[in-house]
Design a protein around this ligand. Sequence first.
Ligand code: CA
Length: 491
Amino acid sequence: MNRRVFLKTVGMSAVTVTMAGCMGRGGTSGKTSQQPPNIVFVFPDQMRGQAMGFLGEEPVLTPHLDRFAAESLVLPQMVSNYPVCSPFRAMLMTGRYPHANKVTSNCNSGSAPFDCELQESDRCWSDVLKDKGYSLGYIGKWHLDSPHTPFIKCKNNSEKFAWNEWCPPKRRHGFDFWYAYGTYDYHNRPMYWKTDAGREGFHFVDQWGPEHEADLAVNYIKNEGGKYRDSSKPFALTVSMNPPHTPYKMVPQKYVDRYKDKSLEDLCKRPNIPAADAKFGKYYRNNIRHYYAQVTGVDEQFGRILEALKQQGLEDNTIVVFTSDHGNCLGIHNMVSKNNRYEESMRIPFLVRWPGKIKPRKDDLLFSGLDICPTLLDLAGFKRDIPDVVDGKSYARQFLTGKGKRPEWQWYMWTPVGKPQWGRRGIRNPQYTFVVSKAEGKPEEVFLHDNVNDPYQLKNIADEQPELVTFLRKTLEKTLAQYNDPWLKTV
Ligand code: CA
């Protein structure tokens, strides 16, 4: 049998065989620096940056993340610029400022009239990787489509107001393996659309969401029989888990049991947790054990994904990222949730591992959501393919060498639905959090926290520091001007 006939017989092109010869099982191996790296992006929802055991900030159990942190670049100052679901996710996909990508609020039926959804025309990091020959998989929560009538009949959707929507294939930005949903907060019986399912073709699964999604991620990585992806290509897999998200009580008992030796007092060490008899103090105490249990469950499932990469010999040439879309106050500062300026809401995990390329260390780099898209593309070797309209900056050089430009501030935002010129804008760094709120018909409000002397942000010192406020306001305006934010002209 000559080579041509052999190739024809096994159904592969010469190009495929040549590429496969350079790769490890099921993707690119680290032995061949010419091959682009695989990417595994694990992305639980609403996991605050403080809730990782190795940081020593909270009594939460995350043994897998603790081990992974020792092998990774850890960015403890990472924040979510707009700490709520869809705006962060759209920034992550596009690298563009919310006003540019149109996702200035959460995607639901209330924001749908304002075309508030990921635009089909935007070029996302996944579109670039698709064009570079990657296989792309998306598992879990997407939340980047506007619901339309008739709304899909499921939890999270009522007849009058809806969150959940199917993402048609033309809106998937290059992801060829799809096992996802829009918004669906029922962790013990999650729902999904498979790649080829139509709008009515969703299905339910009687398994805790993160566990089911990790099962699938492991299968995708193993790719037995080429069932999930083209083994000759590099791959990028996103696993977007819903927990640690409400309802917190929907978590397997085995994860709650890991905390059975800890009293409620043991779990409530942050000094800014409201008093036990206060409304929000009660809320915190009623939920923290299960929030931590969900984090521990996510950690365990993340560990299984890491193990699959190891078993398949894919560790070396796979960039693994662990992050979240925003944090959560759980009652701290009398806030039950996120979408505010406080550290518990804004700070998110960010760990990235690439053996032999990214040196494991902690760095207080002021990285944030807008920068993920360009940085990932640059790391993977596609700096020239970062779309011109991207607002974020690549810090790949910082990741790889610890050298290069470093940001001085991270920006913060919230806008009311349909009125992106109003709302809150701010800047934050390890020293200060400064926020100005413009609400229609109300006087402007200014907030300033000294994050060094008041790390739990118990005091607004804006009135005590007029000169500092003037300086920070100028810095804020300069920051927003580079994105043409219409808020600057709102009076
Ligand atoms: Ca979210």
